[in-house]
Design a binder for this molecule. Structure first.
Ligand code: SF4
Ligand code: SF4
Length: 125
């Protein structure tokens, strides 16, 4: 029992020592940040929406909603970041190229209202 325990202890220590001389895979965030690669997806944004509704159909989590006026013009477009899984489907399938996956990923907040992204008229300006 004692011998087995000692062997296991040294096995564990061996694993620790093996990693002592390797480069760490983590960074001292937020002081240091990793360079994002070209296909990185952050929170979505919309600009130039015509209200066709395709993004809503392809969104797997129901994170998109928008309202239109009587002429079919988009009044307000919303992403619910509580539901959004940043999959990029909406951006990929939008026929107008209106949705962009930004490079913003620091989305933590203590105010739940900040998790609903609202765009007046389907535009981000
Ligand atoms: S964002 Fe694109 S897919 Fe979604 S309703 Fe607007 S135009 Fe259609
Ligand atoms: S990124 Fe994915 S989950 Fe988020 S709104 Fe677009 S389709 Fe929905």
């Amino acid at each position: 029992m004692l011998i087995k325990g000692t062997i296991n202890l040294f096995k564990g220590l061996f694993v620790v020592f093996k990693h002592l001389f390797k480069r760490p895979v983590t960074l001292e965030y937020p002081e240091k940040r990793r360079v994002l690669n070209d296909v990185f997806r952050g929170k979505p944004s919309v600009n130039g929406c015509v209200g066709c509704g395709i993004c809503q159909k392809v969104c797997p989590t129901g994170a998109i909603s928008f309202s239109k006026d009587e002429n079919g013009k988009v009044i307000e477009y919303k992403f619910d970041l509580k539901k959004c899984i940043i999959c990029g489907n909406c951006s990929f399938y939008c026929p107008k190229g209106a949705i962009k996956m930004t490079r913003e990923y620091e989305l933590a907040t203590d105010n739940v209202n900040n998790l609903t992204l609202k765009y007046k008229g389907g535009n981000n300006d």
